[in-house]
Design a protein around this ligand. Sequence first.
Ligand SMILES: [Zn+2]
Length: 440
Amino acid sequence: MTESTLAIRGARMLVNGELRRRDILVAGGRIAKIDRAVDAEAPTLDASGLVALPGAIDAHVHFREPGATHKEDWASGSRAALAGGVTTVLDMPNTTPPTTSAAALADKRRLASASSLVDWGLFFGLTERNLAEALAAQGIAGIKVYLGSSTGGLLVLSDATLDGLFAAYGGTVVVHAEDERLILQKLAGLGHAPLPLDHGRIRDVPGALEAVRRALEPAARHGGRLHVAHVSSPDEVEAVVRARAEGVRVTCEVTPHHLLLDESFVVAYGARGKVNPPLRPLPARDALWELVRAGAVDLVATDHAPHLLSEKDLAYPQAAAGLPSVELLLPLLLESAAERRLSLSDVVRLSSEAPARAFGIERKGRLEPEHDADIVLVDLLAVRSVNAAAIRSRCGWSPYAGRRLRGWPVYTLVRGHVAFGPSGYDASRRGREVTFRSAR
Ligand SMILES: [Zn+2]
């Protein structure tokens, strides 16, 4: 056999919702066979005691390259991803320069190809002036539209631009759903210099809901495909669920921080907890969990937004918005499974199957023959506390520092290559750009 092969032996994996002992044979970067025992000839990875899951797909990261490599780049971000069991990332366009032109897209492809250790896809950013260029972009994950301003200053204010996009685009439109006019109104009406806890008032749930409504309307009219990024309240999810029942092609994601942190983090840490959309009061978080368990929220994505603490721990108006978590994606979800808030099947659906399906990523998201051998071998019994000093992301901190989590990746394989394991990283192979069924 000329193709490189690997037999992962002794792992358990989910078979019809139950953990069963299975061997996995990998050949040429893909899963060749899953059986009780496979090919005795192939080199073996002994996975006794571990559970094999499909590699997580983080559909929302900010790897900051080009433009802000002091806090992350493709090399550091992809290493962090591997530690979190993430084998594919989709990167957002609000870099510097933004991914809003064919030249910027080509440049980011060159950078990711050169240094990412995980597979990757790129979003193209819409502005008020680049619709034709956005529509012409090939092979992208989708087009990102910011209806409210966030890091990077990409913003689409006009409903006409949004309508023009849905009228012409067959791929996935991802919206950052916070309404800029309502944000500015709330800010102006505040009556005092804004403090960290005002963030949730300035960017309140009605403002998020209005932006969701503005995106759903043209998606419904043109039959477009819409994905709502980082929902922060049950209200936004319910709007998505209602639209879906009416036939709109819409999905939504929730971040770990909107499930696991709430406004009390801002009380404790001030502007360090600034993120768009904001951390909400505890009842919203509890209601989100119910909707996640009920399957109303399609997927979990981190919105990994690395900033240095020196950029976070500032007065509220100057503090950077965003929280990092790509390297804790699976540990945070596996802890939620250990607490029985989710089943292991839910974890796989939310972190792998659903993102692959929502974005039409070919050969990803499942442990099945013919799929890429993106495999995470996790130790469900490993208990570790998040150590801020050991964070791999260049930002060097975590909002989850000190948390005790049960369930950690031991090996992370990208297309059959052991890129992360007990002896560290093997950076001898680079990630590749993924392909999208819906890509134009
Ligand atoms: Zn984001």
